[in-house]
Design a protein around this ligand. Structure first.
Ligand code: FES
Length: 287
C-alpha cells in the first residue's frame, strides 16, 4: 500500500472525522502527546494534528480532525483510499508518563481525542485516572466509551445538560475534589479559554496542571519560530519544547491573541470552499 493512504475514515459528527492512515515509520515511533503535520496537496497548508492512536502491526496512525478552516474542511472531504501528500512526524516531545498517583485528564471538544492517548498511557503506568470530558451538547461529545475504557472514573459535562452534569469541566473538577478526591497531577487539552481556566482552578486546588498548546505552526521542527509561546516568562517553541507544558505559568492570553491573528482570512477561505463543495455538505461542516 502507498504511504499516507487513508485506510479507514469514520464521520464522528458533521464536522469531526477520524482517519486511519498508513504510515508505518510513524506508527513505529509514536508516543503519547506527539503530533504529525499533514498536507493534502502540493499547495496545501501544513496542518499539525495530534496522534490519537497508532498500530505498529498494521503500520497505521489515527488522527481526528475537526473542520474549522479551509484545509481541515478539505481533509474531511477526503475518503477511504485517498492519500495525504505528506505526513511528517512523529513531532514534539512526548508527555512524561509515570505513576503520578491520581491524575485528572480533562478534554474539551475535539481535545478529548487528543487527550485519549495520554489517559491510556497514564492508566498503563499504574495511575488512577479520573477523566473529565466536556462538550457543548451530547451530540458533540466524542470518544466517551474509549475514554471510559482507560479511566477509573469518567465524568461528563455539557453546557446544556443534555448529558452528564450541566456545566463546564471546571464545575466537574471542583465537584470531584470537593467530593474527597485527592488529585496529584492534571492534563488538559481543549479550547484555549477552557485550558486557561482549568489550569487556574487546578493550581487553586493544589493540582499540578499540564496543558497541550496549539499555536500556529509551520515547519514543526523548531526552525521557523511560528509556534512560539510564553511559559514562565520565557519564549518556548511548542513544536519541539511541547506541545505539553506545565501550565501554571503559561501566557494563555498571548496564545489566544496569536492564534486569532488570521481568523478573518480563515473564515473567508472556508466560506469560499464551502460554496464550491456544497455536495459534500455533511463532510465539511456546513450545518
Ligand atoms: S513550528 Fe516552526 S519553530 Fe515550531
Amino acid at each position: 500500500m502507498e504511504k499516507y493512504t487513508i485506510v479507514n475514515k469514520v464521520d464522528i459528527s458533521p464536522v469531526i472525522c477520524e482517519f486511519e492512515i498508513y504510515a508505518p515509520l510513524i506508527a513505529n515511533a509514536a508516543k503519547a502527546g506527539q503530533f504529525v503535520i499533514l498536507r493534502g496537496g502540493v499547495e496545501g497548508e501544513r496542518v499539525p494534528v495530534t496522534l490519537v492512536d497508532w498500530n505498529k502491526e498494521k503500520g497505521t496512525i489515527t488522527t481526528i480532525i475537526q473542520a474549522i478552516g479551509k484545509s481541515t474542511a478539505q481533509f474531511n472531504s477526503m475518503a477511504k483510499g485517498d492519500r495525504f501528500l505528506t505526513v511528517a512526524g512523529p513531532l514534539g516531545t512526548a508527555v512524561e508518563i509515570k505513576n503520578y498517583g491520581t491524575v485528572a485528564v480533562v478534554g474539551g471538544g475535539v481535545g478529548i481525542a487528543e487527550v485519549y492517548p495520554i489517559a491510556k498511557a497514564l492508566k498503563e503506568a499504574g495511575n488512577k485516572v479520573i477523566s473529565i470530558l466536556g462538550a457543548r451538547t451530547k451530540e458533540l461529545l466524542i470518544l466517551e466509551e474509549k475514554m471510559a475504557e482507560v479511566s477509573d472514573i469518567t465524568i461528563i459535562a455539557t453546557d446544556d445538560g443534555s448529558h452528564g452534569i450541566k456545566g463546564m469541566v471546571t464545575d466537574a473538577l471542583r465537584g470531584v475534589v470537593e467530593g474527597g478526591a485527592k488529585i496529584d497531577s492534571g492534563f488538559i487539552i481543549g479550547p484555549i479559554p477552557m485550558m486557561k481556566f482549568t489550569a487556574k482552578l487546578m493550581v487553586e486546588l493544589g493540582i499540578k496542571p499540564h496543558a497541550s498548546l496549539n499555536p500556529i505552526m509551520l515547519d514543526g521542527t523548531g526552525m521557523c519560530g511560528c509556534c512560539r509561546v510564553v511559559v514562565n516568562g520565557e519564549t518556548k517553541f511548542a513544536c519541539v519544547d511541547g506541545p505539553m507544558f506545565e501550565a501554571s505559568n503559561i501566557d494563555f492570553d498571548n496564545l489566544l491573541a496569536r492564534t486569532s491573528e488570521y481568523k478573518n482570512e480563515e473564515r473567508q477561505l472556508l466560506e469560499t470552499f464551502e460554496r464550491e463543495h456544497k455536495d459534500h455538505k455533511c463532510r465539511i461542516g456546513l450545518h
